[in-house]
Design a protein around this ligand. Structure first.
Ligand code: SF4
Ligand code: SF4
Length: 295
């Protein structure tokens, strides 16, 4: 929506690369609505990753991605996303990234729809929302979601064996190497190695905390930064979170999402129960896929 800022930020960072012997990598997320040819060229040139927001089938996408004119976004964004991916080049990452809700618990169909549209890097993730909202995923939905994850995993195995594989982000797991120890212990490291900065210059632990004044960590314009809070986040890891300590998934999950923990359990150290159940199921499926493909 303010693409000039994106361009200027990239140009500024690039101007610092040589003098400081650094290489900046950029990621951008777009819902596609304002994605012109110029922006596609810029993104494909400058961004090492791009996340394309689309939920899958037309009716699924358009039910929740409603435009100001009351229509959906699907017909506008699909050709633009296809063009971006077709001209992107194989050396750069992208994801067609959707959200599934209670309305589409048959989300394997949405994943396959995205693959049929030509996207081979797909991420479709569960909605995390206020339980009062009609589309939120509740405990009673878990058996159905688990069944669907298994259906998706089995579909991926069959397609890979047939030479028609694609990547599903949440089933990608590196059992032999994977991330470094510190990343395994504290995941995204929001508020510590990662922060969000608002247009006003305010610093928050990550985008999900933006607007929550209690979590403001400082401001880039006056140079303030709350080091105590930074340390609090640095120490939030799978051993400081009671529930994670004995969880079999801890070195792959890395303690869940601090923002969700705080929003739904009131404490960054208290994992969100439904999110845990989903994460464990996804990891189980990811391991199952690797075992099946190793046969
Ligand atoms: S699944 Fe839940 S309990 Fe297990 S490591 Fe992740 S956040 Fe912690
Ligand atoms: S949303 Fe959650 S996982 Fe993402 S950066 Fe924030 S705390 Fe980390």
């Amino acid at each position: 929506m303010n693409f000039e800022v994106v361009k200027e930020t990239v140009a500024y960072a690039r101007s610092l690369e040589k003098p400081h012997n650094k290489n900046f990598r950029f990621t951008i997320t777009t819902n596609g609505l304002l994605l012109s040819d110029d922006k596609i060229d810029f993104i494909n040139r400058e961004m090492s990753n791009v996340v394309l927001s689309i939920d899958g089938r037309r009716e699924v996408n358009d039910r929740l991605r409603i435009r100001t004119n009351g229509g959906g976004s699907y017909d506008t964004i699909v050709p633009r996303f296809q063009k971006l991916v077709a001209t992107r080049g194989k050396d750069k990452d992208y994801y067609a990234r959707g959200t599934f809700t209670k309305y589409n618990l048959d989300f394997t169909e949405d994943v396959l729809h995205l693959v049929d549209l030509g996207f081979d890097q797909v991420s479709v993730e569960p909605v995390v929302s206020d339980p009062k909202l009609s589309y939120s995923i509740q405990e009673e939905d878990l058996p159905r979601v688990f069944e669907e994850y298994e259906r998706l995993a089995n579909t991926i195995i069959a397609r890979k064996k047939a030479g028609e594989g694609f990547n599903f982000f949440h089933f990608m797991i590196d059992l032999n190497q994977g991330p470094c120890a510190i990343k395994r212990l504290r995941g995204c490291s929001c508020g510590n190695e990662y922060v969000a900065v608002t247009p006003e210059g305010d610093i928050f632990p990550c985008h999900q905390f933006v607007g929550e004044d209690d979590w403001k960590m400082g401001n880039v314009l006056d140079g303030s930064y709350d080091l105590e809070r930074k340390n609090e986040f640095a120490l939030a890891n799978v051993y400081s979170k009671e529930r994670c300590k004995n969880c079999w998934a801890k070195f792959y999950c890395s303690g869940g999402c601090n923002a969700n923990n705080w929003q739904y359990e009131g404490d960054i150290h208290k994992p969100h129960e439904i999110a845990c159940a989903l994460e464990q199921k996804r990891l189980e499926c990811a391991v199952m896929i690797q075992a099946a493909l190793a046969e």
